[in-house]
Design a protein around this ligand. Structure first.
Ligand code: HEC
Length: 210
C-alpha cells in the first residue's frame, strides 16, 4: 500500500486463507470488526483501512462481501505488519496522511445507518458514494480533499463549483470506463454497472456548490 524509507511502510494484508493470509484465522466476528469498525482481532486500530466508509454498508451488503472474502482461493504470501519510522509517526499524528485511523472517527455504539433500497434515486447514489468512500479522498463535503497517499495530488472538488459542472452523465460514465489513475480508483468504478454509475452521477449533481 505504502512504502517510503524515511516514513515506514504499510502493507495491505493478504486476505486469503493461504499461508501468511488473515483469512485462515478470521471468524465472522473478526471480519465484521475489521470491516465495519476498523479494529483488528488484536484490538488495535487498522491504519488506512476505510472502515468509516464500510460502516455505512447494510447488513446484507456487508454479509455478501464477507461471503465473497471467505470464498477466496488460498494464496501463500507473507506480508509485514505496518511499521512507521519516528518521522512517519510524527507526520501521522500531524495529519499529513489525512485521517487514516478510521476507528477513532466511527461512532461504534451509535444507531446503524438506515438501510437504503437499491434504485434509481439520489438516496441510493448517496449510499454508494458513502460506501465506496469518495469522501475519504474528496473531503467530507465532496468539495475537494486529501488522498491518504502522500504522493497523490489533491482530490478535486466534485460539487457544482468544481470541474464536474461542465461534465455530462455520459462524460462520467466514459471516464469510469476508460480513465486510468494511480490514485483515483477508476478501476473499481469501471466494475460498477451503468445503473450504479448513473445514480452516483445523480447524487453528485444534487450537490450544491461548495
Ligand atoms: C483513494 C482516493 C480517492 C477515492 C476513494 C476517490 N477518488 Fe476521485 N480522485 C482522486 C484523486 C487523487 C483525483 C485526481 C487525480 C487523478 O485523477 O488521478 C481524483 C479525480 C476524480 C475525478 C476527476 C475530476 C476531474 O476534474 O477530472 C472524478 C470525477 C472523481 N475523482 C470522482 C470520484 C468519485 C465519484 C468517487 C467515489 C465513487 C471517487 N472519486 C473516489 C482520489 C480519489
Amino acid at each position: 500500500m505504502f512504502e517510503d524509507p524515511s516514513l515506514g511502510h504499510i502493507d495491505a494484508p493478504n486476505l486469503t486463507p493461504g499461508k501468511g493470509g488473515i483469512g485462515k484465522d478470521y471468524t465472522d466476528a473478526d471480519w465484521v470488526r475489521s470491516l465495519r469498525h476498523g479494529v483488528g482481532p488484536d484490538g488495535k486500530p487498522l491504519l488506512v483501512m476505510p472502515s468509516a466508509d464500510f460502516y455505512n454498508l447494510s447488513d446484507q451488503d456487508l454479509g455478501d462481501i464477507i461471503a465473497a472474502l471467505k470464498s477466496l482461493p488460498p494464496v501463500d504470501k507473507e506480508m509485514q505488519d505496518p511499521a512507521l519510522t519516528p518521522l512517519g509517526q510524527v507526520l501521522l499524528s500531524a495529519g499529513a496522511f489525512g485521517d487514516i485511523i478510521d476507528a477513532e472517527r466511527i461512532d461504534h455504539n451509535g444507531p446503524r445507518p438506515t438501510p437504503v433500497a437499491p434504485g434509481a434515486t439520489a438516496a441510493y447514489g448517496d449510499y454508494l458514494v458513502r460506501t465506496v468512500g469518495c469522501r475519504t479522498c474528496h473531503g467530507a463535503n465532496l468539495s475537494g480533499g486529501k488522498d491518504p497517499d502522500p504522493k497523490a495530488p489533491p482530490a478535486p472538488n466534485l460539487t457544482q463549483s468544481g470541474d464536474l459542472r461542465n461534465w455530462s452523465e455520459a462524460d462520467f460514465l466514459t471516464a469510469a470506463r476508460t480513465r486510468k489513475s494511480e490514485f483515483m480508483p477508476w478501476k473499481d468504478l469501471s466494475r460498477m454497472t451503468d445503473d450504479e454509475l448513473k445514480v452516483i452521477w445523480l447524487y453528485l449533481q444534487s450537490q450544491s456548490k461548495r
